[in-house]
Design a protein around this ligand. Sequence first.
Ligand SMILES: Cc1cc2nc3c(=O)[nH]c(=O)nc-3n(C[C@H](O)[C@H](O)[C@H](O)COP(=O)(O)OP(=O)(O)OC[C@H]3O[C@@H](n4cnc5c(N)ncnc54)[C@H](O)[C@@H]3O)c2cc1C
Length: 466
Amino acid sequence: MTLIAELRALVGAPQVLTEGDLTAWELDWRRRWRGKALAVVRPGSTAEVAAVVRACAAHGTAIVPQGGNTGLVGGGVPDASGRQVLLSLQRLNRLRAIDAANLTLTAEAGCVLQALQEAARQQGLLLPLSLAAEGSCTLGGNLATNAGGTQVLRWGNARELCLGLEVVTASGEVWQSLTGLRKDNTGYDLRDLFVGSEGTLGIITAATMKLAPLPAATATALAACETLDGALALLARARRRLGAGLTGFEVMNRFSLELVARHFPALPRPLAPAPWTVLLEHSDTEGEEQARARFEALLGEALEAGEIADAAVAESLAQSKALWQLRESIPLAQAEEGQNIKHDISLPVSAIPEFVAATDAALDRRWPGVRLVDFGHLGDGNLHYNVQAPAGADGAAFLAEQEHAVNEIVYDAVAARGGSFSAEHGVGALKREELALRKSPVALAMMRAIKAALDPQGLFNPGRML
Ligand SMILES: Cc1cc2nc3c(=O)[nH]c(=O)nc-3n(C[C@H](O)[C@H](O)[C@H](O)COP(=O)(O)OP(=O)(O)OC[C@H]3O[C@@H](n4cnc5c(N)ncnc54)[C@H](O)[C@@H]3O)c2cc1C
């Protein structure tokens, strides 16, 4: 029997797609990588995923797992060979349980993050993972990429929120470890191996995640800063004043908000353009009035100290959402503007102002007029430091011709300051060479040994990461 016929027998013919428009699965979100799948296979249960893996293993056919296809490094789409099976997890979308007393949620890999946040909220609980793609990214993809997002400074990234996993291994067995345990020292931490493995070690089919009580109130504000040093002084003050109540600290440079204004003119801009705009979020255990009062006091002090030039506190939930929309529209505004060279870097927070000044200057010396879309999660040291061609230049040509040289300048500057070339998006196809070049040989050898032990046939996501 051919593999396709076998797969149809295992998951049902309508769930094995080989013809028609498969763009939704074969083209990545950035429209940078377009592959060709042997078939798009959509199993509906863990047992079906395991059966698909066993069939593919028997035929020696590679598998590319995919969730919401919002990944930004080309890791979740097939290559152009037409020989890889695209395994979509989207039909594994059941919420299995919420244990309110244990503060945990167990759900299948294909659940959309926003749907899980909402399910938790309905029980007065918070799933504290939040990113701009939350309306379409999936829990499995979040864990496979160890997603970060806007609340990492308070809650950590996906790894820190994950307590248990269910995984289909390369031999087609199911590893069931959906524990809700905060403590479990029984040997090697297999869970942490699969989190962040970008589909190269196993297929995540379900997970148990930590929850927290919903805060009584959340306040949001924008603050305009003349310098990044001012933004860092505000961060230190907010940490002192709000402690664990500081749940978001995002930064946006002037050009990134200009792009939002150009492509989403309906969004309100409560502050005049400034070199840097900070978006702060404060979650309070008391109530709305207390939250806003604490926030206003903090911002008043920062104004007096000259750390910020202006500030606006959202007066309502709608205003607060509009402020977040400004921040979350930046990736979309960039996509509208055309191709650019993306960097998802992390640095010690203290090194960021000097890094930005030195690297902006180095890039401008080499490509006069180059434009920097610089924004991100300043509170945890993660910047999306994206390089756009000078005004009037062809963005696609700039990307094709200059990406390597731009990357060398940016990543050398990051490495010199003890940073990472991939803070949250992962390695995928985009940063494979960077990994080979910049990761220590000892670490690479251990990573290859792990891959060989868990996936000896090289079945899962070949050519990605390693
Ligand atoms: C507008 C926008 C904003 C974003 N903001 C952030 C952000 O703030 N922080 C952040 O970390 N990321 C961000 N991302 C990147 C992306 O959304 C995240 O990486 C997300 O976690 C990917 O989830 P997904 O379901 O779309 O995964 P996919 O794109 O489908 O897959 C991503 C990778 O995971 C693998 N994979 C997917 N599902 C599974 C599974 N069940 N088992 C094993 N491997 C699997 C794939 O093979 C691929 O390598 C953003 C993306 C967009 C488009």
